[in-house]
Design a protein around this ligand. Structure first.
Ligand code: FMN
Length: 329
């Protein structure tokens, strides 16, 4: 269906890296819906070099049904290459490496990493070249359009990383200045794929099948990346693939959403232990109930009262009873 380097991918949907969300448990849960590949949350090159325990935990994971890439962030070719070498020693389950050239967070940008790299296309190429020199695995990059509208450098960056041997470019169709707000600027990159020699993945506000079709039609991208739009809506992945295979798409239903919400909770508990998992889950569990009637109170309680898995079970059962009683009226 879609391919880069030696990785043959049976899906047009990729799970975007999201710091604080796309941990192993989350990726494992989402992979069953038919992902092309997934990416870890961003991992600091210096964190790996200094042997930081939490940083190392991001690159410790098992094989999934789909390939997993480790996303690294940093600002020098040398340290990014060193980080790759550490990953290679630590985990045989890594399928490829991705370079973060899009993070807009001030601390990251001030250090010259993330979207600050969009200001220096040559350095972007040098980083990819240095990483390629120490691994046979593919290197991909994730970029933005540029730093701001007066500095749209994506074409130069794509050119440099392609020359350096990158296997794929994922582009979040916003500038650093846009952060995560407003409509993605797909028109700015209309027909971009035709100008490229390597596969293009498109990211930005993919909340529905029609968002995915539109983003791919405008840009000519080979695949879409789902991020916020699939949190609590894993069927989005299945529905996008089903559309491209000529199959049917399905609406959300409450029983299924409750089942997914509990399953993801269990995957996160397996990964992080109950206490930490439930704290993290306060920001995720609510998303499964977007669009359901009178779910405001449920969402408030999920985001403030989750301490144990049993809290989750009883809140969901309470809402299920309420929802069914309303439907019977
Ligand atoms: C909470 C959060 C964390 C993110 N962390 C990362 C990250 O670690 N690396 C990265 O390349 N992009 C990161 N992103 C950007 C997403 O991968 C994606 O490109 C962006 O959210 C646009 O897609 P969306 O509008 O569909 O959410 C993050 C986004 C969010 C909302």
């Amino acid at each position: 269906m879609f391919k880069f380097d030696n990785l043959k991918l049976d899906s047009k949907v990729i799970l975007a890296p999201m710091a604080g969300i796309t941990s192993f448990g989350y990726r494992k849960f989402m992979s069953q819906f038919g992902l092309s590949y997934c990416v870890t949350e961003m991992v600091s090159d210096m964190g790996l070099i200094y042997g930081n325990k939490e940083t190392k935990s991001y690159i410790t994971f098992d094989k999934l049904d789909c390939p997993t890439g480790v996303q690294l962030f940093g600002n020098t070719p040398e340290n990014m290459a060193k980080a790759v070498q550490i990953c290679e020693k630590m985990n045989q389950n890594i399928d490829f490496y991705d370079v973060n050239m899009g993070c807009p967070v001030k601390k990251v940008v001030d250090a010259g990493s993330g979207s600050a790299l969009m200001k220096n296309p040559k350095l972007c190429g040098d980083i990819v070249r240095a990483m390629k020199a120490v691994t046979d695995k593919p290197i991909t990059v994730k970029i933005r359009l540029g730093f701001d509208l007066s500095n749209l450098t994506y074409l130069e960056v794509i050119d440099e990383v392609t020359k350096a041997g990158a296997s794929l470019v994922a582009i979040h169709a916003r500038t650093r200045k846009d952060m995560y707000q407003g409509s993605p600027r797909f028109e700015e990159i209309r027909g971009l794929r035709k100008k490229m020699k390597i596969p293009l993945v498109i990211s930005g506000n993919i909340y529905s099948v029609s968002d995915a079709i539109k983003a791919m039609e405008i840009t000519g991208a080979d695949a879409v990346m789902v991020a916020r739009g699939a949190v609590g809506n894993p069927n989005l992945i299945r529905n996008i693939n089903s559309y491209f295979r000529g199959g049917e798409t399905n609406e959300k239903n409450l029983d299924e959403q409750i089942g997914y919400c509990l399953e993801l909770a269990r995957d996160l508990i397996d990964e992080k232990g109950e206490e930490i998992a439930m704290r993290v889950y306060r920001g995720i569990a609510t998303k499964f109930f977007d669009g359901f009637p009178d779910s405001k109170q449920l969402k408030n309680r999920l985001s403030t009262e989750l301490n144990k898995c049993s809290d989750l079970v009883s809140l969901l059962e309470e809402y299920r009873l309420y929802y069914n009683s309303k439907r019977e009226l």
